[in-house]
Design a binder for this molecule. Structure first.
Ligand code: PLP
Length: 370
């Protein structure tokens, strides 16, 4: 981790402690308020619960330090993504989306924006390098793509997109700010599902949008206020709590993932391993330039669906589940959702289990499969 990231994490952990009065709780307080004391001319900081909330603010302050940019929080990753599309796309606009990215993002645009005259173009993440970016209003990047873990060069794509007049939006869910900082690489907006590693405890759906240009974030905040798809204060409080141990969890998860990826590559039960940190990954050189960690997700291709299912079902330290980024390692065969991946492709989310205990258990199952 760079010393900048370390300073941001330390500041984030203490973002409230400098202002405490004697006797106040050290941990953030939960304010489940819909109404606020509001006599006379309404100019109080908080006026109504759909517009603002003290617990939201605590979390937005913490996330803004982590992102190094102002943040608006949302009740899910999709709510965050939708806010950007709904406020920055209109009739006649063209949007470029990854054909191999998070499926629901494509459905959202195709089902709800295309009928209103937004033109959608799909391109595989690895092919963004050769895509002509002229004429797009918005270029949406997801690298590594979920679930295939393909890579595109954020700085290169963002540079060309912006020269062509497009807004660049990066879904940074798979990496988090601790693994990759798209805003530093030229993206205008970052969207993320905090349901994954950032909250990390598999108990909240959540999301956020970050942008350094206030003119880009303001409409997103207004959207939240007028549409009313707002985060619950308790969920915001839980994410703030999760955030405080995020760096420690991410450290364990990414270092275990890097070790496991090497060992998987050497195991005969596995046909191929997709992990941006491996020299065999086609995007490895780009990954080294733009990622500070190589992430917590590993793509494993087994001989067939049956072998993949046996791996998932027989490894007791791996929970069969969709989603990723939780403290418990989990895995699923992505073809079960119709993703365009091999039948034997498993997306493994590496959790916080002690590395060798996890490997010992995985290795025994792999040996039985080989
Ligand atoms: C999970 C995920 C989302 C959606 O987030 P939710 O919190 O489930 O709404 C968006 N993008 C990516 C890359 C994801 O993995």
């Amino acid at each position: 981790m760079s010393s900048l990231d370390e300073r941001l994490i330390a500041r984030m952990l203490h973002h409230r402690t400098g202002n405490l009065e004697p006797g106040q709780p050290v941990q953030a307080t939960l304010s489940p308020a819909s109404t606020y004391f509001l006599p006379g001319t309404p100019n109080a900081k908080h006026q109504y619960g759909r517009w603002s909330n003290p617990t939201w603010e605590v979390l937005e302050d913490a996330l803004a330090i982590l992102e190094d940019a102002p943040v608006a929080i949302f009740p899910s990753g999709m709510a965050a993504i939708a806010s950007v599309f709904m406020t920055h796309l209109g009739t006649g606009d063209r949007v470029l989306l990854p054909s191999d990215g998070y499926y629901t993002t494509r459905v959202l645009v195709e089902k709800y924006l295309a009928p209103h005259g937004v033109e959608v173009e799909l391109r595989a993440t690895a092919d963004y390098a050769t895509q002509d970016l002229s004429g797009f209003k918005l270029v949406f990047i997801e690298t590594p793509s979920n679930p295939g873990l393909d890579i595109c060069d954020v700085a290169e794509v963002a540079g060309r997109a912006k020269a062509a007049g497009a807004l660049v939006v990066a879904d940074n869910t798979t990496m988090t700010p601790l693994g990759q900082r798209p805003l530093n690489l030229g993206a205008d907006l970052v969207v993320a599902s905090d349901t994954k590693a950032l909250n990390g405890h598999s108990d909240v759906l959540f999301g956020h949008v970050a942008a350094r240009d206030a003119g880009l974030l303001e409409p997103v905040r207004d959207w939240r206020k007028f549409v009313g798809a707002i985060p619950g204060p308790f969920e915001a409080w839980l994410v703030h709590r999760g955030l405080e141990s995020f760096e420690v969890r991410y450290e364990r998860m990414t270092s275990t993932a890097a070790i496991l990826a090497e060992r998987f590559s050497a195991h005969p039960a596995i046909r191929s391993v997709a992990y941006p940190g491996l020299a065999t990954h086609p995007g490895h050189e780009i990954a080294k330039r733009q990622m500070t960690r190589f992430g917590t997700i590993i793509g494993l291709t087994f001989a067939d669906a049956a072998a993949a299912d046996r791996f998932i079902e027989n490894t007791s330290l791996i929970v069969p589940a969709t989603s990723f980024g939780g403290v418990h390692s989990s895995a699923e065969r992505r073809a079960r959702w119709g993703d365009k991946v091999a039948e034997g492709y498993v997306r493994l989310s590496v959790g916080c289990e002690p590395t060798e205990a996890l490997w010992e258990e995985i290795n025994a199952v792999l040996d039985a499969l080989a």
